[in-house]
Write a protein that binds this ligand. Structure first.
Ligand SMILES: [Zn+2]
Length: 206
């Protein structure tokens, strides 16, 4: 090979190596970003992924057609995702964890829920209200206006069939509503109403 074509070869090789280096760098950035990217919401209970959720978002229930045994009294489209307790948790304190960073905007006993906490959060900049239902109200030490950090303990689940849960089983009703309105309904009667809620399952596994 004459010196001229050698020079061309070497420039060509350098170009290839450069392109390969850029590609490798992009792959590393992509991988790091992919690994670092977290779900929009954290699990509101420890071991969230291990828990059964037979009463899922959007399911239409009646006391006759209900995945919960014995069935509960509600009728309508379920506006949240219910997390069941794990075996052995019946008598144990089960902490409820903040799923996002944001202020407490509601902390009261409410019919159908017992202890109820609602938090204002932002998902990709959009306001949402995140509802945690069936808590032992006495275990909630925050006031409306207090800021919560993701993973912080809000309080404990209320005891089954007590005033703490307003008479229902021990579980967490977890819902996400668009905007900044306090939306108390755990069951809604129309598709339009359901459309103002987001399926929490899609936010936890993204
Ligand atoms: Zn529920």
């Amino acid at each position: 090979m004459d010196p001229h074509s050698l020079r061309i070869m070497s420039a060509f090789t350098k170009g290839l190596l450069g392109a390969a280096a850029v590609l490798a760098l992009l792959a590393i950035i992509g991988l790091t970003y992919g690994l670092a990217q977290t779900s929009p919401l954290a699990s509101p209970l420890p071991d969230g992924a291990k828990r059964l959720t037979p009463l899922y978002f959007g399911l239409y229930v009646t006391p006759e057609k209900n995945p919960i045994s014995p069935p509960e009294r509600f009728i309508g489209y379920h506006s949240g995702l219910d997390f069941e307790i794990l075996p052995g948790e019946e008598e144990k304190e089960v902490p409820v964890l903040a799923a996002c960073d944001g202020k407490v905007i509601y902390n009261q006993w409410a019919g159908g829920y017992g202890g109820l906490v609602i938090q204002q959060c932002f998902l990709k900049g959009d306001p949402v209200t995140v509802l945690y239902g069936h808590l032992d109200a006495a275990s909630v030490l925050f006031k409306e206006g207090d800021a919560l950090k993701t993973g912080q303990v809000i309080g404990n689940l209320g005891n089954a069939r007590s005033e703490e849960t307003d008479g229902v089983r021990k579980h967490l009703h977890f819902s996400v509503h668009m905007g900044d309105t306090v939306a108390l309904l755990g069951y809604v009667q129309t598709d339009e109403e359901l459309g103002a809620f987001i399926d929490p399952a899609t936010l936890l596994s993204e």
